[in-house]
Design a protein. Structure first.
Length: 326
């Protein structure tokens, strides 16, 4: 009996995944959150494919060790940019540094993320998971976008999650001031917001030469959530990790989206590793998507910085005229 479309993710996780032998020799690939887990593995896979890596990491010492390991293993260039994605000022500084140093950006992989069991706020007053998982990647992408359009074709890959199915996104309570915070729903809210803005940005990028897709990287063992308390860490290490797969499968999937020639025109899709699937219904609500887009622009300050192409902020087909201030 075939599963309903919304539950197809259960079967998709067991399906054979697509791969590519295409290379990325010399292409600048920006990866956030690259010192462990999925980010660390995709950085190595991109290096194996010849890419020039720009790794955006919070912990400078860990980043230096990752750089040393990758340059020892592969004949490729690795540059480091330090930024804590819970601080939007640091996100802006990181984007400015990248724009100053690199005239061409071919691949952007927004991987940095976190899961919290308790509500905390950033220095800006935003719920932390929402800020790191959604607002930071939204801002970072928009700040780099003009460069990517100018030097297209290029690709944006949002590392999303089946966790978006937990829901939790309420536009009148984004920072959980009115509700009791629940970690899974807080995480789901941030990933739902990210998905909704993927559809919006894909529409705006139509005809620009830049694609954007969202990818669930698989049920793999990573350090996400290990910043929580001892009880959660014990649960994750001894009960959850044995059930999860090696994050190298995620690296292979994400490399496919970065390099596969057949994906050059694919945009505005959600994939479970390399299998396209239907997200939860609440993550397909385009009315909510347009509202969270506007809210995200306001919260990140982009509404004060960018110039619109027209009253709808859309790029007409065949026009790459979107201008975003860095």
């Amino acid at each position: 009996m075939k599963l309903p479309e919304e539950l197809q993710f259960i079967e998709n996780a067991r399906m054979p995944q697509k791969t590519t032998t295409a290379r990325l020799d010399g292409q600048v690939c920006v990866v956030t959150g690259a010192t462990s887990g999925v980010g660390y593995e995709i950085a190595k896979r991109l290096a194996e494919g010849g890419a020039h890596l720009v790794l955006v990491c919070r912990n400078a010492e860990k980043a230096k060790r990752v750089k040393a390991e990758i340059t020892d293993l592969f004949d490729t260039r690795v540059d480091l940019v330090q930024a804590d994605f819970s601080n939007l000022d640091e996100v802006q500084v990181a984007a400015s540094q990248i724009l100053h140093q690199f005239p061409v950006i071919k691949i952007l992989i927004n991987n940095a993320g976190m899961h919290l069991t308790k509500r905390t706020l950033t220095a800006d007053g935003f719920e932390t998971a929402f800020a790191v998982n959604h607002l930071a990647s939204f801002l970072f992408t928009r700040l780099l976008l003009e460069r990517m359009i100018e030097k297209s074709p290029s690709r944006i890959i949002q590392v999303n999650s089946e966790g978006h199915r937990f829901g939790g996104l309420k536009l009148d309570d984004l920072h959980w001031e009115k509700r009791r915070y629940r970690g899974l729903q807080g995480y789901g809210a941030s990933k739902t917001a990210q998905l909704l803005t993927v559809w919006e940005l894909a529409d705006r990028l139509h005809g620009s030469g830049v694609t954007i897709n969202a990818v669930h990287p698989g049920e793999v063992a990573t350090n996400i959530g290990m910043n929580n308390g001892i009880l959660y860490q014990w649960y994750q290490k001894y009960l959850l990790f044995p059930l999860l797969k090696d994050p190298r499968i995620s690296a292979e999937a994400l490399y496919y989206f970065a390099a596969a020639p057949e994906l050059s025109m694919t945009s505005g899709k959600f994939f479970n590793q390399t299998i396209e699937e239907k997200p939860a219904a609440h993550a397909l609500d385009r009315v909510t998507g347009k509202r969270i887009w506007d809210i995200s622009e306001e919260l990140t300050g982009l509404h004060l910085k960018h110039k619109t192409v027209d009253n709808e902020h859309l790029i007409p087909a065949g026009n790459s005229g979107l201008t975003i201030a860095s």
